[in-house]
Design a protein around this ligand. Structure first.
Ligand SMILES: NC(=O)c1ccc[n+]([C@@H]2O[C@H](COP(=O)([O-])OP(=O)(O)OC[C@H]3O[C@@H](n4cnc5c(N)ncnc54)[C@H](O)[C@@H]3O)[C@@H](O)[C@H]2O)c1
Length: 376
């Protein structure tokens, strides 16, 4: 059972050795010559005579002390503790512009399965950023919507703009979508229950949920303020948990099917560099596994739970962070195979797919929308 692994490791060692002639050997002869205890050292070749005992290859292995092969060691794989980015207070938070000219009715043929007609969808953290743009996509796809946010004033302003934009882009349409704004601190159970009740009172029911409330901050792990860490886990993990269980309970009481989409992050499976953000990464890993766990637990009730893991998306807030830390832009884009940050609109398709019947055989799944970041 372990043999293939050992063979792979031995071949990997071979590939990093200095034996170009070995590549010409047949795979069976490779296996017989290089399957050996992993603790033994890589055989030295005639070419090694060229290099002193601690030659350039050895200096790049664990046999040599740190730094022996130059300053590049770990250069593209480490966090930088000098990067400190606290989450701005509300007064300094930029507003997310409403997407123009994309949400209108169109007459091109598309699958009816993607429609959210006659649904009521809740989006947490919907006053800004990704939540707001996804809310627009949800309205454009036929659903009524309840925008939930800590900042109710911004949620109300954006709810109004959303309906105004929809009206402008759909001239002649008589029935406007119902868009409401609600206060909630998603990390507080009483606040969550109160806002869910308010939404049910105003809309009659809830069919779907998108949990987008969340934030990130950058401090190195040792200096991370404990109260900020608790706050982050409270909003990202507890907030996702509380809203999802609240909506699932409501669906079960109605004996209705539903779809929940959690906004995770590529940080759930990789460690971002260079900015340090250990609590956020761990919190998003928890979100991803909550989607799987709830997906299994509620499958019998016909409630699907999936997760979208975005990469770097250029929201109004990310724009502000990059304006203040211009070096980050180059570092981030250099690590993305598609070479670009995502636009919030790039999540529209994924969220509608997961909310709609188009994904009815999917639960507990993760869709990564990250330009390929997690692949390399
Ligand atoms: N922007 C990105 O590049 C990116 C990448 C991956 C994942 N994400 C995730 O996407 C989600 C949305 O991020 P964003 O970039 O749109 O952020 P954002 O700051 O623009 O919007 C987040 C919204 O959540 C609200 N919020 C914060 N705490 C809350 C609380 N306790 N209760 C209710 N609402 C609260 C904020 O008021 C804000 O309106 C987050 O979960 C984030 O971690 C973002």
């Amino acid at each position: 059972m372990f043999r293939p692994t050992i063979t792979r490791q031995a071949l990997k060692a071979l590939n990093t050795s200095t034996r170009p002639s070995a590549f010409a050997a047949s795979s069976s002869s490779l296996r017989s010559s290089f399957v050996r205890p992993l603790s033994s050292s890589i055989p030295r070749t005639k070419d090694n005579k060229k290099y002193p005992k601690n030659g350039f290859l050895e200096s790049a292995t664990t046999k040599a002390p740190q730094g022996a092969s130059g300053e590049q060691e770990g250069k593209y794989a480490r966090t930088d503790e000098d990067i400190v980015i606290p989450y701005p207070d509300d007064a300094h938070m930029p507003a997310q512009p409403i997407v123009q000219g994309r949400g209108g009715m169109h007459f091109k043929r598309t699958l009816a399965q993607f429609s959210l007609e006659n649904k009521v969808t809740v989006v947490t953290g919907g006053a800004r950023g990704l939540g707001l743009v996804m809310a627009q996509a949800i309205v454009a796809s036929g659903s009524d919507i309840a925008i939930v946010d800590l900042n109710k004033e911004e949620a109300e302003t954006q709810a109004k703009k959303l309906v105004d934009t929809f009206r402008r882009e759909n001239p002649g349409l008589e029935q406007m979508p119902k868009v409401t704004a609600h206060y909630s601190d998603v990390s507080n159970p009483d606040s969550v229950n109160a806002s869910l009740q308010e939404i049910i009172d105003q809309h009659g029911r809830i069919d779907s949920l998108v949990t987008s409330a969340g934030f990130t901050e950058n401090f190195d792990a040792i200096s991370y303020p404990y109260d900020r860490m608790q706050k982050l886990w409270g909003v990202v993990v507890d907030g996702t948990y509380l809203f999802s269980t609240g909506v699932a309970k409501h669906l079960m009481e109605r004996n209705a099917s539903g779809s929940i989409v959690m906004i995770g992050s590529m940080s759930s499976s990789i460690v971002n560099i260079p900015q340090p953000q250990a609590p956020y990464n761990a919190a998003k890993a928890a979100v991803r596994h909550l989607a799987s766990s709830f997906g299994v637990e509620w499958a019998g009730s016909n409630i699907r739970v999936n997760c979208i893991s975005p990469g770097y998306m250029l929201t109004a807030l990310t724009r502000k962070i990059l304006d203040e830390n211009p070096d980050l832009r180059e570092k981030w884009t250099s690590l993305i195979p598609l070479g670009k940050m995502g636009d919030p609109e790039d999540l529209m398709g994924a969220v509608i797919f997961l909310l709609s019947d188009a994904s009815r055989y999917m639960t507990g799944a993760e869709i990564r929308v990250d330009g390929g970041y997690t692949l390399t």
